[in-house]
Design a protein around this ligand. Sequence first.
Ligand SMILES: O=C(O)[C@@H](O)C(=O)CO
Ligand code: MG
Length: 265
Amino acid sequence: MIRLAANLSMLFNEHAFIDRFGAAADAGFKGVEYLFPYAFAADDLQRALKETQLEQVLFNLPPGDWEAGERGLASLPGREGEFRDSVVEALRYAEALNCPRVHAMAGVLPENADATTQADHHATYIRNLRFAASEAAKVGREILIEPINTRDMPGFFLSRQAQAMAVLEEVGAENLKLQFDLYHCQIMDGDLIRHLERQFSAIGHIQVAGVPERHEPNVGEVHYPAIFERLSALGYTGWIGCEYRPKEETRAGLGWGEAWGLTTH
Ligand SMILES: O=C(O)[C@@H](O)C(=O)CO
Ligand SMILES: [Mg+2]
């Protein structure tokens, strides 16, 4: 069964953040995800989930200085202390929101990074992910890593599916999983269904969007019905995060999801 989660950082931007929970539930979503909960007290978010009977399915660790262009800390040499604090903070929110998984963004390489710098980032990434996975395991949660396309995030350290699979293998923690965003995969690697099949056992969460504009899944070059069909055949029981920027009003664009219980009126 396909379970769709609304990404509240991108969907329902017609509403103030806290009101997006109600809008998502009204439209038929059963779960929500978003980038960061930290601007809100955990109690307020907990109340919003309870009132709407939505499940919190994912959010990200604190990413460093977002305004200054930082996109995660996990691979940044010299920032290990901050990364550790970010793991503790994310797990505190995860417990309060009953969220089973959190995404540790890899971070951005410095411009023109040479092989030594890249190797430093890789070594830091592996050490940090081991720490994060071991802390998360103590409280029964998963850590996710997500390859992100370098057109949207130039220099992002983790950009290819093969790189992510190699990292998962090197870290070797059962609760470290792949956040498979089909939008990024299409841009960087293509061959979506074969990637899904080959990586299926490593996947902890899936996200979708049309390519290339990142609008609704039925807008653009990817034929999502075939992908959803394959996912069902593979026996996927996890969540699919709707992480796209609606072309117009959120609700008006939900027609693509009617087969999976979303309503447009
Ligand atoms: O794909 C994305 O952009 C997100 O899933 C994310 O976590 C970082 O922006
Ligand atoms: Mg994503």
